[in-house]
Design a binder for this molecule. Structure first.
Ligand SMILES: C[S@@+](CC[C@H](N)C(=O)[O-])C[C@H]1O[C@@H](n2cnc3c(N)ncnc32)[C@H](O)[C@@H]1O
Length: 435
């Protein structure tokens, strides 16, 4: 229950954006905020830590429901609260980081609590979760960013729950961005074809649509900045008309080179691809797979197909399925030295019925939405000896764990990795075996 600070303290029903309230902070929740209650009403609080007593500025009020707010002062601090080093990390500031106000150890504990809570709530499991640190420290790790261009010509991440651009530059850099990306943001040329936003924040073409009532919210042109493992620095504007010829970059993992589109999917932390590949390899161990058959679903440019090819050996088979045409084409080249691998272009949901009937091992690495109950049922129906699930969203992992349990599998092991320090994001590698 929140405490009122003075006679003007609003009642919970009358809360409005801008109000200041004092609350006791409860548990961390999925999404980078903690849960508090003000006179019984739920307030999702950013920049807080569980157990703290804080003053919060209300930023959003959902009628008859919850509110959101940012901590503006701390009345009783968690012992592991620290001064955030980045100028962009502040109430109403950049939406890219969530936990800069906590030590790395505390951040990983928060993420472990979220994973455990999601598995408990969505799958009914009590799992002791440990989030493992990646090498390289907590800053300068993000090798790919998707930032926006504002009417003043600034490039940067968006402010939290807003379209406002938090402009970054070498003197006020984004501290999680890999070396070179802040400089690139400050100096990147905006190609002639990219429609600059008007001062209302809306690109001209979209503004016209908006006038005709077809688009509701302002949008800004975006640029993908990449600091690749091969040393190249790229700025790619997906909104550019005729945006066809995207250069490829070369990344290294598991002792192999992978060609990746400059704006395509590759793990953004330099140590993440190897870390996850080794965890997948470990999760496949102990099951007899030499000469066996396997699927790599949501395969990207072939990272886990490479792991599977090694595990099943030359007499085994790997089918890797990827929906993006460019990534799938690159996977063909990346995996050309593995005769046992075939690459299928298509959406997993559409092609799964056409995949070889027998499968001994499935690795899947879906986007944030997860696999979904139907795909979980279809995978389980093929009765593989092991399913290894690489999850970038703990809620999707919780839902899909419940679906796999309902289809006859059990969660046998789980490893979690802090692939995104300072943010609430996390990667998990879960191994499922027949129950
Ligand atoms: C999280 S990434 C994983 C890529 C790869 N496993 C890796 O680690 O590099 C998810 C991939 O799934 C692809 N994808 C998304 N939805 C898909 C779908 N419905 N069917 C097939 N591929 C899909 C995306 O293009 C992306 O390459």
């Amino acid at each position: 229950m929140g405490t009122e600070t003075d006679e003007q303290a609003p009642t919970a029903d009358d809360l409005r954006p801008g109000d200041l309230v004092e609350v006791e902070v409860g548990a961390v929740a999925h999404g980078g905020h903690c849960v508090a209650r003000y006179q019984g009403r739920v307030v999702f609080v950013r920049l807080a830590l569980p157990g703290e007593s804080v003053r919060v500025r209300i930023t959003e009020v959902r009628k008859g429901s919850f509110c959101r707010g940012d901590v503006v002062s701390v009345l009783r601090a968690d012992p592991e609260r620290i001064e955030a080093p980045c100028v962009h990390f502040r109430p109403g500031g950049c939406g890219g980081c969530d936990f800069q106000h906590a030590t790395g150890t505390r951040q990983r504990q928060l993420k472990a609590d979220v994973v455990a809570e999601q598995l408990h709530r969505l799958a009914g499991l009590d799992v002791a979760v440990v989030v493992e640190e990646l090498p390289g420290g907590g800053f300068g790790w993000r090798t790919r960013v998707r930032w926006a261009l504002d009417p003043q010509g600034r490039i940067g991440p968006r402010a939290v729950r807003s379209h406002r651009v938090e402009g970054v530059n070498p003197s006020e850099p984004c501290l999680i961005a890999a070396p070179g990306l802040n400089e690139l943001a400050a100096t990147a040329d905006v190609p002639a074809g990219v429609r600059r936003p008007s001062s209302s924040g809306t690109p001209v073409r979209r503004q016209q649509r908006q006038l005709r009532g077809r688009a509701a919210r302002p949008e800004l042109p975006e640029v993908v900045l990449t600091a690749a493992g091969d040393g190249s620095l790229l700025a790619i504007w997906p909104d550019q008309p005729g945006h066809q010829e995207v250069p490829t970059v070369t990344e290294q993992a598991v002792g192999q080179s992978f060609s990746v589109a400059g704006d395509g999917f590759w793990q953004v932390h330099p140590a993440a691809a190897d870390t996850l590949a080794f965890a997948v390899d470990e999760a496949l161990a102990g099951v007899e797979l030499d000469g066996g058959s396997s699927w790599d679903l949501y395969g990207g440019v072939g990272l886990f197909a490479e792991v599977l090819a090694e595990v099943v050996g030359p007499s085994g088979t790997v089918v890797t399925v990827e929906g993006d045409r460019t990534a799938s084409g690159l996977a063909v080249g990346n995996l050309a030295h593995r005769q046992q691998v075939s690459v299928v272009l298509g959406s997993v949901e559409k092609v799964i019925d056409d995949l070889p009937e027998t499968v001994d091992a499935i690795v899947l690495d879906p986007p944030r939405a997860g696999a979904g109950p139907e795909l979980c049922r279809q995978m389980a129906a093929r009765a593989p000896s092991v399913i290894v699930y690489v999850a970038c969203d703990p809620a999707a992992l919780g839902r899909d764990t419940a679906a796999l349990m309902g289809a006859g599998y059990r969660l046998d092991s789980l490893r979690s990795f802090d692939c995104f320090p300072q943010t609430h994001h996390i990667e998990c590698v879960a191994r499922f075996l027949p129950a």
